[in-house]
Design a protein around this ligand. Structure first.
Ligand code: 3PG
Length: 400
């Protein structure tokens, strides 16, 4: 196990890693559950007179979600109802000057860690500990706190480098998510286990089907992952169209794996039978036989939503990973919300994971208490489900 913030003395200078990776609309980050959860840890740290500098990331280089953390600092300020400073630098002169000015009970957000060369790519923790990033920032602080459970599967400098060179602790989110997600592995299910698998990160999601096939009996596919499987199944969908630039690249990288999984897991994979799209501002639906390559599909159709909801209702356990459509737009929330409602109406064991997906629970007035566990983690929760250890937690444990 790791040390937690309960083990910290008051009034320390702390470097705190959180995960506020959020949806971005027109360049502007949108609030999600991660902010509220981390705000709880931060409130506690500030009340204990710690001076806190925050490290976090947003998006991936090259994607349009790869933006500054300035807007994130404003969202945190709203949650904490106090001023939150931001510096557009992570470990250069400006960052060091702002850190120097930081006093007990104050909070400073450093710029997106992925804007620094040393943060990416994934490398051994020892390599990351030996970077200018870690060597420059570590001496400025008394201790490092990792609260970013949802990024703990990434071997990036801000997550695995610091615990090797300084005193390191787990924050509240790290502690509670770790405990809840680890306990899932110990459960045994007699009845059917269903996983609704959607969202945008196909390269992370597709391997999940093989990794959890001992536990999960059937998969209901939607989102970008679902479209890529429909494409492998011979339908005209899952191509880049106006406003998207991620299908073709993911298809080129994953085609072989998708085609193999589609044939090996034919009995347990459920693909959409209809999809929804925007027709002059209105939601319209089309059977998969009538899909057109140049249309952007934004949700599973009503027949599919109903079928997936039925499959969820008759399951002993349901895991949700990723949204089945663009639920942030009410017109395309039907698939995601139907499955969530079905879960909330039954007493099946359930886990809803993903920083964005868990937001649908709040947006559509569902009661979090009707779900077994609502995790703000996406990729990390899936790895916990498969029993794979999380590298940033491994290093945190090493320092105990
Ligand atoms: C997440 O949103 O799941 C984490 O922040 C990790 O983000 P990544 O998949 O871009 O590494």
């Amino acid at each position: 196990m790791f040390k937690t913030i309960d083990d910290l003395e008051s009034g320390q200078r702390l470097l705190v890693r959180i995960d506020i990776n959020a949806p971005v609309e027109d360049g502007v980050p949108q609030d999600n559950r991660r902010f509220a959860r981390h705000a709880e840890t931060l409130r506690e740290l500030l009340a204990d007179d710690h001076a806190v500098a925050l490290l976090a990331h947003q998006g991936r280089p090259g994607r349009d979600t790869f933006v500054s953390l300035e807007g994130h600092a404003d969202i945190l300020a709203d949650h904490l109802d106090r001023d939150v400073d931001f510096v557009a630098d992570t470990y250069g002169e400006d960052a060091l000057a702002a850190i120097d000015d930081l006093e007990g009970g104050e909070l400073l957000v450093l710029e997106n860690a992925r804007m620094c060369d040393d943060e990416l790519p994934e490398e051994e923790p020892e390599v990351k500990a030996d970077t200018e990033f870690v060597e420059t920032l570590a001496p400025e602080f008394d201790a490092y706190v990792n609260d970013a459970y949802s990024a703990a599967h990434r071997s990036h400098a801000s997550l695995v480098g610091f615990p090797l060179v300084m005193d390191a602790y787990a924050g509240r989110v790290m502690e509670t998510e770790y405990t809840a997600n680890s306990s899932i592995q110990e459960r045994e299910f007699d009845g059917t286990v269903t996983m609704a698998l959607g969202g945008t990160k196909a390269e992370d999601l597709i391997p999940v089907i093989e990794q959890v096939d001992d536990t999960v009996d059937r998969f209901c596919l939607g989102g970008i992952v679902g479209e890529l499987f429909l494409r492998a199944d011979g339908h005209d969908v899952g191509y880049d169209v106006e406003g998207t630039d991620f299908f073709d690249e993911q298809w080129d990288e994953q085609q072989e794996t998708i085609e193999r999984i589609l044939s090996e897991y034919a009995d347990s994979l459920h693909l959409a039978s209809d999809l929804a799209y925007d027709d002059d501002g209105e939601r319209a639906e089309v059977d998969v036989e009538g899909l057109e390559k140049d249309t952007s599909y934004l949700d599973v159709g009503s027949d599919t939503a109903e079928k997936y909801a039925d499959l969820a209702r008759e399951s002993e356990a349901v895991f949700v990973k990723g949204a089945l459509g663009v639920f942030e737009d009410e017109r395309f929330a039907h698939g995601t919300v139907s499955v969530l409602e079905a879960i909330s109406e039954t007493d099946c064991f359930s886990v809803v994971g993903g920083g964005d997906t868990s937001r649908a629970i709040e947006m559509y007035g569902l009661d979090e208490d009707d779900f077994g566990h609502v995790s703000i983690a996406g990729g990390a929760y899936v790895r916990a489900l498969t029993g794979e250890s999380l590298v940033a937690i491994e290093v945190l444990e090493r320092t105990d």
